[in-house]
Write a protein that binds this ligand. Structure first.
Ligand code: AMP
Length: 417
């Protein structure tokens, strides 16, 4: 079932959203992006004449009640955003009465799901090495099912709009879907958009396709690099990874960040790209600094000839041109991870050059997906988020999706487990 094809009139919908919003020390929301992200789905259900049961996690309470992570703190903000009455259920596993009494056109906000260990389904207070662990895990999986069944009993239909947790097989993100038939479970609009964006870069590819992978380490990106190798025309590897590649090729990298146990892997990636005809673009020059700070002295040097005591913190001018050239004529673009220590204003040039080239290509008709943590912070810092095709809301979930993994939250709805 799709959300557009479902009429919620007279129905109770239980919707998993990601309202894991940052709060200040007084419990006030400092960034409401995630609440705004779920509004199209929530408003469609209300506008149809349905009743909303909203569930989310907040933070990592590890299966225990923690008032600092109570969703009661955001109830008023949710009511203001929805423009309807919102009641609060202080115990998400004991909300049957409140759900039954909920009138159409109104919402019930359940307390933080992760106050219950059943949400994540991991046994608490027992070490993995303990011989009783397997038994405890089995018991927890059984109570996770019961917990999911209880949540499901509140509603006629289940909607999952929490892309940020779609890579988790939790009670509210996946297990609950077993208690609804195919006509009564669906993805929300935000999830649909994320799935479509991933599809655009993994299946429905317009060429040339340029992927830009940055960040600090090769090791955390290797799954993605391998999956993309079969799909891309140009692969830019930048950021801290640059120096593992430079060293692997015999370069001198000074104090630059490097994974010494990944030198062979770097050479394998270079060989694989060659074998597959992928244009691998690595930094040739860099902005080296004499300390890891914004005010460090700098010099532009070859990425493989960094003086002792210096470290590469950003892409150099020649590299920035190489990157821009591989991006600006692309028709599909994926960007994950900055090209330098963009948190320091003096080392943003590489990431800025990438962002500008993506914006130019997007203007010329490319589909551009930016996602996975720091590159999102980058486009936000440059004020360019509205000039790319799609900025993903899911960090880990997006990375797993572009690694080619099936996300449990999506599989549970589509039935392709
Ligand atoms: P990741 O979480 O792996 O995507 O890495 C993002 C982080 O990589 C950011 O905090 C950047 O500051 C950092 N980074 C990017 N380039 C470099 C570099 N040349 N040296 C050290 N850290 C870097």
């Amino acid at each position: 079932m799709t959300i557009d094809n479902f009429n919620f009139a007279g129905k109770k919908a239980i919707v998993r959203v990601d309202f894991n919003v940052p709060l200040d020390e007084n419990g006030h929301i400092t960034d409401d992006t995630r609440i705004r992200g779920a509004l199209p789905t929530l408003k469609k259900i209300l506008a149809d004449g349905g009743a909303l049961i909203i569930m989310s996690h907040m933070g990592k309470p590890k299966g225990k009640v923690n008032p600092k992570m109570s969703l009661a703190q955001i109830k008023d903000a949710v009511a203001a955003a929805l423009g309807c009455n919102v009641t609060f259920a202080p115990d998400c596993a004991k909300a049957a009465e409140a759900a039954a009494a909920l009138p159409c056109g109104e919402a019930l906000l359940l307390e933080n799901l992760r106050f219950y260990p059943e949400e994540e389904g991991k046994p608490v207070g027992i070490d993995k090495a303990d011989p009783a662990y397997d038994e405890a895990k089995k018991a927890m999986k059984a109570s996770q099912k019961e917990f999911a069944k209880t949540l499901a009993s509140y509603a006629d239909v289940y909607v999952n709009d929490a892309f940020g947790t779609a890579h988790r097989k939790h009670a509210s993100t996946a297990v609950i879907a077993d208690y609804f038939d195919a006509d009564h479970k669906m993805l929300g609009y935000l999830m649909e958009k994320e799935v479509k964006a991933v599809d655009n870069v993994l299946s429905d590819i317009k060429r040339p396709f340029t992927a830009i992978m940055g960040g600090s380490k090769v090791s955390t990106k290797i799954g993605i690099i391998e999956n993309l190798m079969d799909k891309v025309d140009n692969l830019i590897l930048c950021g801290g990874m640059t120096y593992t590649f430079a060293k692997a090729q015999g370069g001198h990298i000074g104090l630059s960040i490097c994974e010494d146990d990944k030198l062979d892997l770097a050479l394998e990636i270079i060989a694989k790209a060659k074998a597959k005809g992928v244009n691998l673009v690595l930094g040739t020059d860099c902005v080296a600094a004499d300390s890891f700070s914004n005010d460090a002295n700098t010099q532009v040097v070859p990425a493989g000839a960094i003086p002792d005591g210096w470290e590469g913190l950003d892409a150099g001018p020649e590299t920035r041109k190489l990157f821009a050239n591989a991006i600006k004529d692309a028709k599909t673009i994926l960007w994950n991870g900055p090209a330098g220590v963009f948190e320091f204003d003096n080392f943003t040039a590489g990431s800025r050059a990438i962002a500008d080239a993506i914006v130019e290509a997007t203007r010329n008709g490319a589909f551009s997906l930016v996602g996975g943590g720091d590159s999102v912070a980058c486009v936000n810092k440059f004020g360019l988020a509205d000039q790319v095709s799609y900025v993903s809301t899911g960090g880990g979930a997006l990375l797993e999706a572009i690694e080619g993994k099936v996300l449990p939250g999506i599989a549970a709805i589509r039935g392709d487990k």
